[in-house]
Design a protein around this ligand. Structure first.
Ligand code: ZN
Length: 252
């Protein structure tokens, strides 16, 4: 008999699942506000239409569902056969009819939710592997999905903004992004301060850093490479010809 509620009772995991489900609902709302013709429109991601983003979010749910099946059964089922296969799938998905695209999003989201719901408590700690080759417990898939649905809802470019994203999600995103810079060593001389949360990230040992600061939502938007509204910059590099705020280092 299929349970109608989550198998896990871990309060932290249940809170994380709620954040992912809210993000999925938010993405659904922004998608459903678009007419079929508007799906052809541009997004905040260069070269991607709303069709590409919708296809990507749909296939992402299927890929993460494969990881949960892996965690449940112990039979290795990767997210994607390769990044080429993933990219090809997105380009194909973008050519689907509007109704097929919307079904892809809806059905894949429901499927993933069922996989999460029915995963036994102890299987959440089983290790799976992401497309980047990271070994992570199945619990990490919840954050992987959360990040995708909230950020790409903004990328749809029909009214969602970073300030619509819950604060805990924004904070974790900023930790991820600045952590990626640190791992790659691309944050030398760069400090990021969040004025409304008293948070500081980056190269805090630099004697003369470039400091980018602003409220949390604006800083994350900048750090994610989605614009620089609401942030200011001081120090070296801020007089560059392309504007007063330097572009954030790449993180993905
Ligand atoms: Zn994505």
């Amino acid at each position: 008999m299929v349970a109608r509620h989550d198998q896990t009772t871990d309060p932290e995991l249940l809170a994380a699942l709620l954040q992912a489900r809210r993000g999925t609902a938010f993405f659904a709302r922004k998608l459903n506000e678009l007419s079929d013709a508007e799906l052809d429109g541009d997004t905040l991601l260069p070269g991607w239409t709303r069709r590409h983003i919708t296809a990507h979010i749909g296939y992402n749910a299927r890929a993460i569902a494969r990881l949960i099946e892996w965690a449940a059964t112990g039979v290795e089922t990767p997210m994607y056969a390769s990044t080429d296969v993933r990219d090809h799938e997105i380009n194909f998905g973008a050519t689907l009819s509007p109704i097929a695209l919307r079904h892809l999003f809806d059905h894949s989201a429901v499927h993933l939710n069922v996989e999460w719901r029915d995963l036994p408590e102890d299987a959440w700690h089983h290790k799976v592997r992401t497309i980047q080759g990271r070994e992570v417990p199945a619990t990490e898939t919840v954050w992987m999905r959360t990040r995708e649905v909230w950020m790409h809802a903004v990328d749809l470019d029909n009214g969602a903004a970073f300030r619509d994203i819950p604060v805990p999600v924004l904070e974790r995103l900023l930790k991820d992004i600045t952590g990626a810079w640190h791992t790659r060593g691309t944050d030398a001389g760069l400090v990021v301060t969040v004025t409304d949360r008293n948070l500081t990230f980056g190269d805090t040992t630099s004697a003369s850093p470039t400091v980018v600061s602003g409220p949390l939502a604006a800083v994350v938007e900048w750090a994610a490479g989605r614009g620089h509204g609401g942030v200011t910059a001081t120090g070296p590099g801020t007089e560059a010809s392309n504007g007063p705020v330097p572009a954030a280092p790449k993180w993905i």
